[in-house]
Ligand binder design. Structure first.
Ligand code: ADP
Ligand code: MG
Length: 403
């Protein structure tokens, strides 16, 4: 696929793509856009940072342009991601467009959203909680939704969101086109997704459940007491924007405070902050005003901040899939990036689960007592301690660059 023009897109879209400086479709775009334009439901997977947003956005806008009575709904797991997705949709609509939109996310002003809803938006982007709030107060009607997207599908259909999604879907016509996208797709979610789709096409480019091609991963073994010192050393060694993932909101808050006290340019984002604080923090990180963002998994998925060069996993994520999403905040759209994981003896089990996800076919020693085996003297710095090397190391990454 050489050029978007070959996809037979509407002229409005080609103009918008030109303004975005998108000339060549990425592999997932080249595969998914024609299938979606034919009306198929799609279960799509492609690595982080490979352009999945436009892969569903272009068919979505086409649908709105071709069918003036249809409306579209896109749901995402976080408010920041919804904001970013709507931003991309608006760019794809172009500034001449008369199609109105609404952003229905928690923590934001109801007044503004009600105002947007009064203008009969043809595109709604939002998070499940707030959409259900609007359904409950009958301020939104979803009866003309003919195009539905669940971005970060595996998160949207997991236990946390599944019930909410089902409630929303009860308001949406069965006669619709549904597109599901993520970089990770555990087997149970793939199975579950069938419930939401009609004769779907499974479109996968690159490997599913694999990190971005150009992210260089490194594990550093530390004791609990060395962990913070090691973090400071890493922050000093590295240049450019860094995101540090920690486990808890409280931990994020505390760490950002400590880093600021050391005159680091740092800030934090987590679910206990007011939405206007969250917005401010993301804005200043996007604008290079803050160098270090200390985050919980709220920032693990979808955020596209191209200048992030380093991801530090200070704490490992609870769900192994989130490891792939976290390190996918760097090395986006063909760029290079680095991920470093600080691993304490207590993290052994969590790392093992991540390693199994990344290297499903690797031969492993039968783990009699994994925690002991990994930290025994013999294995201390050996490969075996952490399984085989993570995917995405330079040798394998080179052949898999995105767009
Ligand atoms: P994903 O959802 O797969 O993680 P995104 O949709 O966030 O990826 O896209 C990653 C980056 O690539 C964004 O900055 C986006 O603007 C850019 N991008 C997407 N498609 C193209 C394209 N065809 N040409 C150039 N850049 C693109
Ligand atoms: Mg995405």
């Amino acid at each position: 696929m050489q050029h978007f023009a070959e996809l037979g897109l509407r002229p409005e879209l080609l103009t918008a793509l030109k303004a975005l400086k998108f000339t060549t479709p990425t592999p997932i775009q080249a595969a998914a856009i024609p299938a979606a334009l034919e009306g198929h439901d799609i279960m799509g997977t492609a690595q982080t940072g490979t352009g999945k947003t436009a892969a569903f956005g272009i068919p979505l806008i086409t649908r709105l342009l071709n069918h003036p009575h249809d409306t579209a709904l896109v749901m995402t797991p976080t408010r920041e991601l919804a904001t970013q997705v709507l931003d991309m949709m608006q760019k794809l609509l172009g500034n001449q467009s008369k199609i109105s939109t609404a952003l229905l996310i928690g923590g934001a002003s109801m007044g503004t959203q009600l105002e947007q809803l009064r203008r009969s938006p043809r595109l709604i982007v939002g998070t499940p909680g707030r959409i259900n709030d609007h359904l409950a107060r009958r301020s939104v009607k979803l009866g003309s939704t003919r195009f539905l997207v669940l971005d970060e599908t595996d998160r949207m259909l997991d236990m946390g969101f599944g019930v909410q999604i089902d409630k929303i879907l009860a308001h949406i016509p069965k006669d619709r086109q549904t597109l599901l996208f993520s970089a990770t797709l555990p087997a149970n979610i793939l199975k579950l997704s069938g419930k939401y789709l009609r004769s779907p096409l499974r479109i996968a480019t690159g490997e599913t459940n694999a990190p971005a091609a150009r992210v260089k991963q490194e594990n550093i073994k530390v004791s609990d007491s060395e962990k913070y010192t090691q973090l400071l050393a890493q922050l000093d060694q590295r240049q450019g924007s860094i995101i540090v993932f920690v486990k808890t909101k409280h931990g994020a808050e505390k760490m950002a405070k400590k880093l600021k006290a050391l005159k680091h340019s740092a800030d934090t984002i987590h679910g206990d902050l007011r939405q206007n604080q969250r917005d401010r923090v993301i804005r200043s990180f996007r604008n290079y005003q803050t160098r270090i963002l200390v985050a919980t998994d709220i920032a693990a998925r979808g955020l596209d901040i191209p200048h992030i060069e380093h991801v530090i996993n200070y704490d490992l994520p609870q769900a192994p899939e989130d490891y792939i999403h976290r390190i996918g905040r760097t090395a986006r759209n063909g760029a290079e990036g680095e991920a470093v994981n600080l691993i304490t003896p207590q993290d052994q089990k969590k790392w093992h689960a991540i390693d199994v996800l990344l290297n499903p076919d690797a031969k492993r020693e039968p783990a009699v007592n994994p925690a002991m085996a990994a930290f025994s003297r013999k294995n201390r710095y050996g490969r075996r301690s952490f399984g085989s090397l993570p995917r995405g190391h330079a040798a394998r990454g080179a052949k898999k660059s995105a767009a």
